[in-house]
Design a protein around this ligand. Structure first.
Ligand code: NAP
Ligand code: F7E
Length: 344
């Protein structure tokens, strides 16, 4: 019998990679998409177009803020595995819509867990919760499963609720529920407003088309960046274990935003010069400013330094990433160049 997976957040970066992985593993995959006035299935259109006649990939309208839709979809699909990847996932935006972020990211998780319980499905379903290194926030690096949480944004605080409610339903009701505590992971499918994708898009346009300018915020925060394609494998592995546990997933290397800018310039073979300090720091290409700082991208509270220690996952899940920062950056640049050339 084929396994059935249900993915909340199927239209996002990770949802697209996870769908492909599970289809390859011969699952039947159901995804929940939100109603939107414009198309929001761009990342999964290729799967849908290839497969919708073969009845392996299905989409359903639903929303994590709508308990009825959550309950009804879970009842109808009767899945073996539920992956909760749905979230208002932008840290900066969460300061502007804190209540909505809590509703989706914190209460959305509760809605799924309680639906599993209410429907009497706890012995059938395994549940994955998309936790985040942002929950560590201001805690000193390196961070692992034993590190204290210290959230620094409404997003991180909401995800912390989701983390603990997942632990609580596991301990209280014996639900097979795992928290993946994933550090930043990127890809060509990354949302346009996250810093890596924003940098890649802008610098490729500047390099290929000779137009555009990049405005950034804090250049000196450090992140542990991996590739989404590697990280969805870890999600799946967590649900294949005998016991449900929580795992940190990370590359174990840390780089600043400025390093990432310089790396992309290196790949594109463009030579920039940095001048100035603080808010006046700028990057020049052939004497012209191509990068400036815009205060609006600073956050009220920043997470300065994330560096994951994923030894537990590497040992117990036998998980290991294929990509490093260089191959990740190359993949993003290669795809972006294809996109630009396709649109020219
Ligand atoms: P993403 O690209 O922003 O995707 C988020 C998904 O959630 C999208 O499908 C989005 O739908 C959906 N969504 C948003 N609000 C919803 C709602 N009210 N009801 C149902 N679905 C909703 O995020 P991602 O990078 O793939 O990340 C996947 C998950 O991992 C998220 O929970 C994120 O917080 C978490 N995470 C991400 C990272 C990372 O570095 N990428 C690291 C740690 C944890 P639309 O397409 O309609 O917007
Ligand atoms: O910012 C700085 C910014 O928005 C990274 C989400 O997937 O990973 C992601 O959260 C850093 C921050 O990712 C700009 O201040 C500078 O220090 O790409 P980001 P994030 O906030 O780390 C975690 C693990 C998640 O769970 C989240 O869902 O870059 N930065 N200038 C900028 N950031 C953005 N977005 N835009 C800028 O212009």
């Amino acid at each position: 019998m084929k396994k059935i997976a249900l993915i909340f957040g199927v239209t996002g970066q990770d949802g697209a990679y996870l769908s492909k992985l599970l289809l390859k593993k011969n699952y039947i995959v159901h995804g929940v998409k939100r109603r939107s006035s414009s198309f929001n299935t761009e990342r999964i259109d290729d799967i849908y177009n290839d497969l919708h006649n073969k009845t392996n990939f299905y989409l359903h309208y639903g929303d994590l803020t709508d308990s009825l839709s959550v309950l009804k979809i879970i009842k109808k699909i009767n899945p073996n595995e539920i992956y909760n990847l749905g979230a208002q996932s932008h840290v900066g935006v969460s300061f502007e819509v804190p209540e909505y972020t809590a509703n989706v990211d914190a209460l959305g998780t509760l809605r799924i867990l309680d639906s599993i319980l209410t429907l009497g499905m706890k012995d059938r379903v395994k549940f994955y919760q998309a936790g985040t290194s942002e929950m560590f926030g201001a805690s000193k690096p390196p961070q692992n499963e034993k590190t204290n949480f210290y959230p620094r944004s409404p997003y991180a605080a909401a995800k912390l609720y989701a983390h603990w409610i997942t632990v609580n339903y596991r301990e209280g009701y014996n639900i097979f529920a795992c928290n993946g505590i994933l550090f930043n992971h990127e890809s060509p499918l990354r949302g346009e407003t996250f810093v890596t994708k924003k940098i890649v898009s802008a610098l490729c346009k500047i390099s290929l088309l000779g137009k555009g300018k990049l405005y950034l915020g804090n250049l000196y925060s450090k992140r542990d960046w991996g590739h989404a394609q590697d990280y969805v494998v870890a999600m799946w592995k967590m649900l294949q274990q005998k016991k449900p546990k929580d795992y940190v997933i990370a590359s174990g290397k840390q780089y600043s935003v400025k390093y990432f800018v310089n790396l992309i310039c290196h790949i594109l073979k463009i030579k920039i010069n940095w001048k100035g300090k603080g808010i006046n720091e700028k990057a020049y290409l052939n004497g012209k400013v191509i990068i400036s700082i815009d205060k609006k991208y600073f956050r009220p509270t920043e997470v300065d330094s994330l560096l994951g220690d994923s030894r537990k996952a590497r040992k117990e899940l036998k998980w290991k990433p294929d990509y490093n920062i260089q191959s990740l950056a190359k993949d993003m640049v290669t795809q972006e160049i294809k996109n630009i050339n396709g649109k020219k």
